[in-house]
Design a protein around this ligand. Structure first.
Ligand SMILES: NC(=O)c1ccc[n+]([C@@H]2O[C@H](COP(=O)([O-])OP(=O)(O)OC[C@H]3O[C@@H](n4cnc5c(N)ncnc54)[C@H](O)[C@@H]3O)[C@@H](O)[C@H]2O)c1
Length: 361
């Protein structure tokens, strides 16, 4: 396995440890209410305002959180020197402009996935955060989910052996969005895969199908290649009869089935595999199959979003790097952009720029 190129610290200055972080959530559409609820519940934060342009959404918020102001103008929030942090839950194509303005105003930013819609914009945000010495964190919530963390633990403890490949299916009758299914769902798989493999993605090939509007695929099939040669096949769809959230990891020692819809039995570890002995004579190969126990490891119950927010606050206070860090977010965007380019080129494999090295250098 290749060593990670990312720095362990981002040198973000520490904030006064006792005071709750004065925080504004931007966007109260489908996902924003989940963030608002967690910000209100978590002791590390004080929700000082919601920033929302849509009047009806603003009223919906006020009905649930009376007394907390709603601001339609982002500049008013950014001009307030007592605001420490912004949590952005607006559509992806708005992320760059909102986050750039917030970072330039010296605010710490947690932005929902994806960090941006293209690599240049993502790089610009990473550079701006570094220059301003504030924390920029992409909200890759799955990295905080107990099953994903369990698989990472199994990899770290070398339970799985060499990682050969991963297959993934993320499907549902999903919410149609103009950014397309890759921008909506691929960040989940890409962030999980980057977190598990801890290796750069070097190439992506993607096919897809746009049924309703040209250039807005509802279904996509991606093949992702990692620097060490391992591959992942990812199926994404908003046009499926039922919710499927499954990933299979095939390693030399163990195989893992992760079914995110299976509650506390989301992970099953299979002691199964195939041993191949190099033939001493032509044609005399030896194959043996291993079929041992199936184990469902215990998973700590936890809400991933609560853990993500806890990590955000902790890293602002300590200057540490969050699990869902900006460079990982940048790699997700680079791979996502390569997938979109491959889709336009009829599935031709597209190399992923080694953006991490450029940022760290
Ligand atoms: N982590 C997850 O599992 C998860 C799940 C769903 C969505 N998301 C992410 O959350 C983000 C939001 O998605 P959504 O489905 O909630 O979108 P949405 O369209 O339902 O809601 C976005 C809201 O932002 C508001 N808005 C847009 N621009 C604004 C601006 N400049 N200032 C103030 N308000 C503004 C809109 O009025 C709207 O209410 C996306 O990045 C999406 O990828 C993450």
């Amino acid at each position: 396995m290749q060593t990670r190129r990312f720095p362990s610290r981002l040198d973000v200055p520490a904030v006064e440890p006792q005071a709750p972080l004065r925080t504004v959530v931007v966007g109260y559409g489908y996902w924003g209410p989940n963030l608002v609820r967690n910000v209100i519940e978590r002791p590390e934060f004080e929700l000082v305002a919601l920033c929302e342009r849509d009047l009806d959404r603003g009223h919906a918020f006020s009905a649930k959180a009376p007394g907390i102001p709603v601001k339609a103008d982002l500049d008013e929030v950014l001009d307030d020197p007592t605001v420490d942090a912004l949590i952005v839950a607006t559509p992806p194509h708005t992320h760059h402009a909102i986050c750039k303005a917030a970072l330039l105003a010296g605010k710490h930013v947690l932005v929902e996935k994806p960090l941006a819609t293209n690599t240049l914009d993502a790089l610009d945000l990473v550079d701006t955060a570094a220059t301003r010495n504030v924390l920029l964190m992409p909200g890759h919530t799955f990295l905080y989910s107990p099953p994903v963390a369990k698989v990472r633990q199994l990899i770290d403890r070398d339970v799985l052996g060499d990682m050969y490949f991963v297959t993934s299916a993320r499907m549902n009758l999903g919410k149609y969005q103009k950014d397309g299914v890759i921008c909506d769902l691929a960040p989940h798989d890409l962030s999980i895969l980057l977190h598990w493999f801890e290796e750069p993605i070097v190439q992506v090939a993607a096919h897809g199908r746009s049924v309703f509007q040209t250039g807005v695929p509802e279904t996509a099939f991606m093949t992702v290649t990692f620097a060490g040669g391992a591959t992942a096949n990812v199926e994404l769809s908003w046009l499926a009869p039922r919710k499927v959230r499954q990933m299979t990891v095939v390693g030399s020692r163990r195989m893992v089935q992760y079914d995110d819809t299976a509650g506390d039995e989301a992970i099953r570890v299979y002691d199964r595999g195939m041993e191949f002995e190099t033939p001493s004579n032509f044609g005399e190969y030896q194959l043996s199959y291993r079929s041992g126990d199936i184990v469902a490891p215990r998973l700590e119950p936890a809400e991933p979003l609560a853990l993500e927010l806890q990590d955000f606050a902790h890293c602002i206070r300590t200057g540490r790097t969050p699990r869902s860090h900006a460079y990982l977010g940048l790699e997700v965007v680079a791979a996502m952009e390569a997938a979109q380019e491959s889709l336009m080129r009829g599935g031709h494999p597209v190399a992923v720029a080694t953006v991490g090295e450029r940022v760290v250098a």
